[in-house]
Structure formats: C-alpha cells, structure tokens
Design a protein around this ligand. Structure first.
Ligand SMILES: *Cc1c(COP(=O)(O)O)cnc(C)c1O
Length: 369
C-alpha cells in the first residue's frame, strides 16, 4: 500500500489480544476450562450493576450524559474529592490515553517500569513520544532509578500500585520522596487498578495525595473489584486544572449510558464489594498454603493475582496447563521465562488449577527421570 502511517506508529507493537475461552476450548478439544489469566472478578459482575444495566437499556436511543454527572457526583462524595477533579473514561485506559495526548508531544519521553502495563507504551508512542523503561529491582519498582532517569525531555512517569504483573506495592514514604525529587513539570500517573484489594497497612493510597498543587493523576477502574471489565468504565482523579485539560480532548460520549448506570449502581453495592474482597483474601491464603505444601515457590501480592516461579520453561507449563483446561498467563514476554501469573478464582477454580499444576509439574519430573 502506498499510504504510509506517521513514522512513529510503526514502532508500536499491537496489544496481544487474549483468545476468547471458547476459541481455546475448540483448539485444545477441552471443555469447562477455567480462565485465571486476566485478573477478572471470579464472582461475576455486581448484581446491582446488572439490574441497573437492564433498566437503562430502555434509554439506549438517547446519547449518554457527556459528563457522567451522576456517576461523577457519586464518586466525588464517596472519595472525598471534588467533581471537577474527576475524569471518566471508557476504561481507565481511556483516561491514560487522554493524559498522553494532553501532556506529551513528539520528542518527549515518559518513564515507566520494565515490565509494565503494555498500554503505557502504546499510548506514549501513539503521540510520537518515547518510553524510557527502568527495570524492576528484585520485582520491586526502583523509584530512585526512575528519578535518576529524568532528563529535560521527561514529561511523564507511570507508576502502578499495586503493581502488575508482580502484585508488589510501594509505601507512602517511598512515593512522597520520589515525587519530591522530581522537577515540577512532570505528570505522575499513578495507576491504582488493584488498590481495592490491597490490605497491607503500608500500601500507598494515592487518593490521600490528591491536591490541586501536586501533578499526580490517580487511575481507578470498575474492571476489577466491581466486575465490570466488559462494559468499559474507569476514571482518573487529578488536579482540577489537569482534569479541565483532559476534557478538551475527551470524546464527548466516551462513557456509554449502560456503563454509567452500571458503575453508579456498583458503587452502592457494598455487599458485593465486601464479598469480593473476602473471597480474594480467603482464596489467596488457600492457594498460597497449598502451593507451599506442594513445594512451589510463589510471591506475595497486594492484588487479586500473583506470580509463581515454576523453575522451568513458563511457556511449556502454560501450554501444559492449557491442555488441562486451565488458562494462566506466561510471563515470558514480560522478561520472566520461568514465571507464570495466576488470577485468584473461586475455590472450585483454584482447586482445578492446583490439581492441574501438580499433574503438570509431576509429569515433567517423570519425563526427566
Ligand atoms: C486491568 C488494568 C487496568 C484496567 O484497565 P481498564 O481500561 O480500566 O479496564 C489498568 N491498569 C492496569 C495495570 C491493569 O492491570
């Protein structure tokens, strides 16, 4: 084709879409597979959200409320911030995209960890800026190394807390020291997609740092703890001036009416939220205790997923688990050739996983012997 894209677009690797479960089942000739690969809520969506969606369907001929008035007001009251500090997005991804469009131009750089959430890289490159990647240090975010990497071209820094794919966390003291060491023209994007699962008392809560004087934008989502990944809704909390800039580039109807209704109702579903957190804590304990008994090495987490060191090719273990109908995430492409990432599921799903892992690791032992 003669039509060439803008040069920087060619540097982007497309986001690798996970195969739908139905496709995996057809390919491997299995059924009743369990997916513990995308950090989704094992309980399904919030029932209150589902009821709200059904009710809102009758109004689908209307355009959605552009600013998401009710959802924004409810979030502001719940989080103790002002409505003018909140920007809704078609998933929190959408808000990250707006931040890069507003604050980055060609030639700028954005600092992120290596590995990090793939969308940061894609959004930064989309606007012609360049990602600068700082390796994790023993799976922990190396904030001093990230601060040391700042140059006059740096305009943005991405921090994920709790981190994906490690599940690790940073403390308020670490983060505040980091922010204090940055020049004032840098936007800090603090991605808290999993913050609701964190239970360590020393885990940073970015919301406590939101002020009109700090250049920190906190990303939150309804995709994980609220079980609404499929309908796409998330939000950012940031200084009002920054939020105003994002509204300039935001598509007017970026959050659809069903998503707004679902998220508004989910915020009231305290019972579902409690139930989800309780399940994740109980099942995480169950998984970790079982793995320890099996002699398998796992890493502590503040999220609803965790890493396992399988001490052999993660790709082969991933494939072998797939044959058993258990879908996890291989960490090969993240730079960890012997780690897999597992999302915490229901008790039945977790038992399926543990049994399959036992079989897969034993089987390989037999083959080697
Ligand atoms: C899942 C996840 C998100 C959520 O993205 P949405 O667009 O809100 O679904 C954001 N950041 C990280 C690191 C995630 O793992």
């Amino acid at each position: 084709m003669k039509i060439q894209p803008a040069g920087h677009i060619l540097s982007i690797t497309p986001y690798p879409p996970g195969k739908p479960v139905e496709e995996v089942e057809r390919e491997y000739g299995i059924k009743d597979s369990v997916k513990l690969a995308s950090n989704e809520n094992p309980l399904g969506p919030s029932p209150k959200a589902v009821a709200a969606i059904i009710k809102a369907v009758a109004g689908l001929h209307h355009y959605p409320d552009s600013g998401g008035y009710y959802l924004t007001a409810k979030l502001a009251a719940k989080l103790g911030v002002r409505a003018d500090q909140i920007v809704l997005g078609n998933g929190s991804d959408d808000v990250i995209g707006m931040l890069t469009r507003v604050y980055l131009k060609p030639g700028d750089t954005a600092i992120m960890t290596d590995p990090s959430f793939l969308m940061y890289d894609i959004f930064v490159r989309t606007v012609g800026a360049e990602p600068v990647k700082i390796p994790l240090n023993e799976l922990a975010i190396d904030l001093p190394a990230m601060a040391a990497a700042v140059t006059e071209k740096t305009r943005m820094v991405f921090i994920t807390n709790p981190n994906n794919p490690t599940g690790g966390h940073i403390t308020p003291a670490q983060f505040e020291a980091f922010i204090a060491s940055l020049p004032p023209h840098i936007v800090v994007v603090l991605d808290e997609a999993y913050i609701e699962f964190a239970n360590s008392p020393d885990c940073l809560d970015g919301l406590k740092l939101i002020s009109d004087d700090w250049p920190v934008a906190v990303m939150r989502t309804f995709s994980k703890v609220y079980g609404l990944a499929g309908i796409r809704i998330g939000y950012g909390i940031m200084p009002a001036e920054m939020a105003g800039m994002l509204h300039r580039v935001r598509q007017p109807f970026n959050t659809n009416s069903l998503a707004q209704a679902a998220a508004t109702a989910a915020l009231d579903d305290e019972e579902f939220l409690r139930e989800t957190k309780r399940l994740i804590q109980t099942e995480l304990q169950f998984l970790q205790n079982s793995l320890t008994r099996m002699g398998v090495c796992w890493f502590p987490t503040q999220a609803n997923f965790f890493l396992i060191d399988v001490k052999q090719s993660a790709r082969s273990v991933f494939e072998a688990l797939l044959q058993q109908g258990v879908i996890v995430r291989s960490m090969v492409s993240y730079g960890y050739p012997e780690y897999i990432r597992v999302t915490v599921g229901t008790r039945a799903e977790n038992i399926r996983f543990l049994k399959a892992l036992e079989r897969v690791l034993d089987l390989r032992e037999t083959i080697h012997a």
